[in-house]
Design a protein around this ligand. Structure first.
Ligand code: PLP
Length: 403
């Protein structure tokens, strides 16, 4: 008999969205006619703009010709896409050979675990996107789970709440190798300012820590005073890795295309550039992103594509606004939604799974309980604005009736 991998067995919580799906299924068994509306999982619903679809079709046709056929591509990504990302998304602040194309940032988050040994210590924002904890636990970095506080032993949880403007208190941070930061944040929908990121970068430089900065929602930032990348902060290239994705900004959740930035000056303590090890990992566990998806990525970054993807994000932000108005009309306070497709609702001390179940049973609304994102998420509910407009309007009405 083969022994089970104890690191995977250690991951206690069911993955949050699996748990939600199970409750949803149960409701549908009890009430098969329920017209469920999802404000839960952060999956996109709007079709991909035509000109991007056209680029997929053209690339696929090429693959059907002797002249245009291509097999494996460059493992680190199509050089023209790497250049476009450097130019359009990083204003050439980052060199194109520091950008590594992937099949999405969650996949890179998994592969990133190989970069760091199981002894490395880590800190996360609390609440946070559950995959940071899950990937760290399953790669053996976190030690035992403490059922009393719902935390893993070797993770430092940094509470991010309205009281501290959703910015971790760096004073309580012990010596840490890795600190995961997500801005615009999933789940809170809030965005860190330049001043906040400067503090983080300063701390990482002083302590020799690495920041893993998740910018999956950068395309939703509308306030031009807010940073879209950690590399807008001086000195960040020495201490930060950034994850990026086309999933949410261009409807690529199913297509799968993202990137990771590892600046060449980022080095381990023995002087080895982190890039060197990342290249080994990418060429061992991945063979490069789909050429069809990468053709789509180039289309997203054309003038027409930029306008189309901005309109997509605007539509979701308007959805967030509709939901916000409904919630605020019932005297609830909510955060986020202005530069991110999520609303973080303060539910006035009610347990979040309780309100989740109430909204599911009475309103046939699927939401996400804050507690699922970490201990400091208790007392909040996350609403995703990724629904179709007609459903968002209906959901807003149901929220007004039930809250
Ligand atoms: N990072 C955050 C914060 C997310 O919310 C998500 C998806 O929900 C991802 C990364 C994963 O994105 P991708 O589709 O590129 O794997």
């Amino acid at each position: 008999m083969v022994e089970r991998n104890s690191d995977i067995a250690r991951y206690q919580a069911d993955y949050l969205f699996v748990d939600i799906a199970r409750r949803k299924e149960r409701l549908l068994q009890e009430q098969p006619d329920a017209k469920l509306i999802s404000l839960g999982i952060g999956d996109t619903t709007e079709p991909i703009p035509d000109m991007i679809i056209h680029s997929f079709v053209e690339q696929a046709k090429q693959l059907g010709t002797t002249k245009g056929y291509r097999g494996y591509g460059a493992a680190l990504g199509d050089p023209s896409l790497r250049k476009k990302i450097a130019n359009i998304l990083y204003q050439d602040r980052i060199s194109s050979d520091d950008i590594f194309i992937s099949d999405g940032s969650k996949c890179d988050l998994g592969r990133l675990q190989f970069l760091f040994g199981s002894h490395s210590s880590l800190a996360i924002q609390d609440p946070s996107y559950p995959a940071y904890v899950a990937a760290s636990v399953m790669s053996g970095k976190t030690g035992a789970y403490n059922t009393d506080n719902g935390q893993y032993r070797n993770i430092t949880y940094l509470p991010c709440r309205p009281e501290n403007a959703f910015f971790p208190d760096l004073e309580i941070l012990p010596e840490t190798d890795l600190i995961y930061i997500c801005s615009p944040n999933n789940p809170t929908g809030t965005v860190l300012t330049h001043a906040q990121l400067q503090k983080l970068v300063k701390m990482a430089r002083e302590r020799g820590a690495f920041i893993i900065f998740d910018s999956a929602y950068a395309g939703f930032i509308r306030d031009s005073s807010l940073p879209k990348s950690i590399y807008e902060i001086e000195g960040a290239q020495d201490v930060a890795i950034e994850l990026g994705s086309f999933s949410k900004t261009a409807g690529f959740t199913g297509v799968r295309l993202g990137w990771t930035v590892i600046p060449k000056q980022l080095c381990f303590d023995d002087g080895t550039p982190v890039q060197n090890d990342w290249s080994k990992i990418v060429s061992t566990f991945f063979n490069g992103a789909s050429n069809i998806a990468q053709a789509g990525g180039l289309a997203i970054l054309s003038d027409e594509g930029i306008t189309a993807s901005q309109s997509l994000c605007d539509l979701y932000l308007e959805n967030a606004n509709i939901l916000r108005e409904a919630i605020e009309s019932k005297n609830y306070t909510c955060f986020g939604g202005e530069n991110a497709p999520y609303l973080w609702v303060d539910i006035k001390g009610e347990p979040s799974w309780k309100l989740f179940d109430k909204l599911l049973k009475k309103g046939h609304l699927v939401t996400t309980p804050g507690a699922g994102f970490g201990p400091a998420g208790e007392g909040f509910l996350r609403l995703s604005a990724f629904g179709r407009r007609v459903n968002i309007i209906e959901a807003a009405q149901r929220l007004k009736e039930i809250l």
